[in-house]
Design a protein around this ligand. Sequence first.
Ligand code: FMN
Length: 384
Amino acid sequence: MRSALCEQLGIEYPVLAFSHCRDVVAAVSRGGGFGVLGATTLTPEQLEVELRWIDEAVGGRPYGVDVLVPEKLAGMERGSGFNGAALADLIPAEHRRFLDSLLKEYGIDAPATAGDDDERPPAGDMREPFAEALTGEGALRLIEVALTHPIRLVANALGAPPAEMIKAAHAAGVPVAALAGKREHAERHVAAGVDIVVAQGYEAGGHTGEIATMVLVPEVVDAVAPRPVLAAGGIARGRQMAAAMALGAQGVWTGSVWLTTQEAETHPVVKEKFLAATSSDTIRSRSITGKPARQLKSAWTDAWDGPGSPGPLPMPLQPLLVDYALHRIRRAAATGSPGAVQLVNYFVGQVVGSLDAVRPARQVLQEMVEEYVDVVAAMADGLN
Ligand SMILES: Cc1cc2nc3c(=O)[nH]c(=O)nc-3n(C[C@H](O)[C@H](O)[C@H](O)COP(=O)(O)O)c2cc1C
């Protein structure tokens, strides 16, 4: 199991765990895997707090940080800065009306798109960490903070990482990984200077392409050799991990499986929905971020796909339009509002169908590794 990548990252098991939850990151790193903190929704100040906590919690074990810098954004260029007010002007009135009436239909007080409480700034003055981080500048500020901590990996999704990000990471001796949903993406990443490619298949939770993990991984492995490849999408247990390694990956990059762990701060209603869901209950939808992202089907995704929908806007306009509404839905769902409970959802992959119990993250990792060892031994003995 100890691949060259294990040496490079200083880990015992080649299992990388993407999570927005610092407790999951720390538990996986402490358990011998490698936690990667999703930083996109954080401000640089919040990230500093999270990383200080992780540094204390991991006791010197390695971990990494992940950001999103899309190559294509509507109404703005990479690195052009974030102007929430100017972008808000690009949102058609029809979309605002659709969202307001959707929330009303499900019993959630309008207005959906303007902050009317203390928790959010008013529309047009949305310094949303997510929208801001999407510009290369916002992400670079996050990476600069991260590089003042002993991180062992910088990862980027939705395009090749910007040159400044790669330069900053390499100057600090930190390798850079990037997610690829097609062989062409992987080739572009390598040309840009990426050290580790994450080949992420269609079945994955979050932003995802159209090629299945089984097809994608060997294509990417061959295209970028001898650079290491991590397989992602549909990996939640040892048998899937063994398949990924058989496809030529040096390790696995996982996301959904951690969402139902004890440590995960997944919304309680969403966690229950995940535990009850089957592998048919996800959909690739642009309704949250404006780019296709796999998530749980709910009244929210049905409405955006439905006959009355004007269709989601491109990134970053869709998150600017819906972020505040989603915040209200999550809050109302937590208090048991029946409409909000029907609407609420979150990113998750097709493996949601096999997530049926809440376990500590360390146990999930341990069971994955044990099943991997058993199945590889059985195959070597010709028993499978
Ligand atoms: C809730 C959720 C949020 C995600 N957000 C990001 C992200 O911000 N950046 C990123 O690189 N990948 C993100 N992903 C994708 C994961 O990094 C990973 O590639 C994916 O979860 C692997 O497939 P799996 O969900 O089948 O394990 C997200 C995945 C999930 C489930």
